[in-house]
Design a protein around this ligand. Structure first.
Ligand code: F6P
Length: 330
C-alpha cells in the first residue's frame, strides 16, 4: 500500500458536542506526523461538492471547548447513490486525499463502508453521537455532555413539578436506543424510565400512576424517543383520561440535548480517539472504528459496528427500579 500523505476529516449525521475536539486532534496529530490534513465541510455532501479546505494547527485553535462542528455536518442523500459516491471519489482524487477520518454515527459508517468497498480509499471512523448506540465502544463522543444537559434540565423540571404536584413526562433523544434515557433517569432520580429495550413500557407507567394516585405526589417519567407506544405526548394523551385526577404535563427536551460546550470527558475521549485514528491510518489500517472499552482505545471493524447491536446493560434497568419509590418491597 502506498504511504499515506494527505488525509481528509469530516463530521457527518447529527452533530455532537466534542466533534470539534476530535477534528482538532485529527488535525494536530496528522500534522505532527508530517501529513497534510484537509477538512471536508458538510460531511459527505461536501465530499461530493469538493467543499474541501486545508487545515493547519491554527485552523483548529480555540475550538476544543465549542459545541457543534465547525466543519458543518449533513445527512447526505446523494451519497447513498452510486453516482454521488463516484463524484465524491473524483473530488478526493482531485485533492489527492489518500484516506478519510469520518466522525459520526452508524449512518455515517455505513456510507464509509460502502465507499471503501467500491473504491480504494481507507476510512477510519470515530464514534460521534449523543445516542451512544454504537457497537464496539463504551462511549461515543457527545454522549456524556448530552447526559449532563438532560440531568440539568430535568432537575429544573423537578422544581416546578413538585411545586405544583404535577406528573411530568419528559422526552429525551436517543434515536432507537435508551442509553441517554436510562442513565439520565438514574442520575436525576426519575420515578419511571421508559426505554425501547423494554417490553410494554406504557404498562409500567400505568401501574406506577395507579400506585401514585394513593400517594398524591409529583413525579418525573422519563421517556426515550423511539418507543413503540409512541412519543411522550402520545403516551400522555393515552394515560390522561385514565388518571383524570393527575395534573399531567409533557416536556420535550429536543435539540438542546445536542448543543453546548463539551464536558471534560467528551473532550478527552475525542482527543484520544482523534489521535488514535491518525495512528491507525499510519499503520495502514482501514475500515475500522476507534472505540474505547474499559478506558482502553480499541479498533473495531466498521462493518461490525453497523451490523451488531449494542445492548443496554440490564443491570441498569434493575438498578433504576430497585432504587425507585415504585420498587416493590422485597
Ligand atoms: O442521532 C442523534 C439524534 O439527535 C437522535 O437522538 C435523534 O433521533 C436525531 O438525531 C434527530 O435528528 P435531526 O436533528 O435530524 O432531527
Amino acid at each position: 500500500m502506498a504511504k499515506i500523505k494527505r488525509i481528509g476529516v469530516l463530521t457527518s449525521g447529527g452533530d455532537a458536542p466534542g466533534m470539534n475536539a476530535a477534528i482538532r486532534a485529527v488535525t494536530r496529530a496528522g500534522i505532527n506526523n508530517n501529513l497534510k490534513v484537509f477538512g471536508i465541510r458538510q460531511g459527505y455532501e461536501g465530499m461530493i461538492e469538493g467543499d474541501i479546505i486545508p487545515m493547519d494547527s491554527e485552523t483548529v485553535s480555540g475550538i476544543i471547548q465549542k459545541g457543534g462542528t465547525f466543519l458543518l455536518t449533513a445527512r447526505s442523500k446523494r451519497f447513498r447513490e452510486p453516482e454521488g459516491r463516484q463524484e465524491a471519489y473524483n473530488q478526493l482524487k482531485k485533492n489527492e486525499i489518500d484516506a478519510v477520518v469520518v466522525i459520526g454515527g452508524d449512518g455515517s459508517f455505513t456510507g464509509a463502508t460502502i465507499m471503501s468497498d467500491e473504491y480504494d480509499i481507507p476510512f477510519v471512523g470515530i464514534p460521534g453521537t449523543i445516542d451512544n448506540d454504537l457497537y464496539g465502544t463504551d462511549y461515543t463522543i457527545g454522549y456524556d455532555t448530552a447526559l449532563n444537559t438532560v440531568v440539568e434540565a430535568v432537575d429544573k423540571i423537578r422544581d416546578t413539578a413538585s411545586s405544583h404536584n404535577r406528573i411530568f413526562f419528559v422526552e429525551v433523544m436517543g434515536h432507537e436506543a435508551g442509553f441517554l434515557a436510562i442513565n439520565s433517569g438514574i442520575a436525576c432520580g426519575a420515578e419511571i424510565i421508559m426505554i425501547p429495550e423494554e417490553k410494554n413500557p406504557i404498562d409500567k407507567a400505568r401501574k406506577f400512576l395507579a400506585e401514585r394516585a394513593r400517594k398524591n405526589k409529583s413525579s418525573i417519567i422519563l421517556v426515550a424517543e423511539g418507543l413503540d407506544d409512541g412519543s411522550a405526548m402520545q403516551i400522555a394523551e393515552i394515560l390522561k383520561p385514565e388518571f383524570p385526577h393527575f395534573d399531567i404535563r409533557v416536556s420535550i427536551l429536543g435539540h438542546i440535548q445536542r448543543g453546548g460546550s463539551p464536558s471534560a470527558k467528551d473532550r478527552i475521549i475525542a482527543s484520544r480517539m482523534g489521535s488514535a485514528a491518525v495512528e491507525a491510518l499510519l499503520d495502514n489500517q482501514k475500515s475500522i472504528m476507534i472505540g474505547v472499552v474499559n478506558d482502553e482505545i480499541v479498533q473495531v471493524p466498521l462493518n461490525k459496528t453497523i451490523k451488531l447491536h449494542k445492548g443496554i446493560d440490564e443491570g441498569l434497568i434493575s438498578l433504576a427500579e430497585g432504587i425507585s419509590t415504585f420498587g416493590a418491597p422485597k
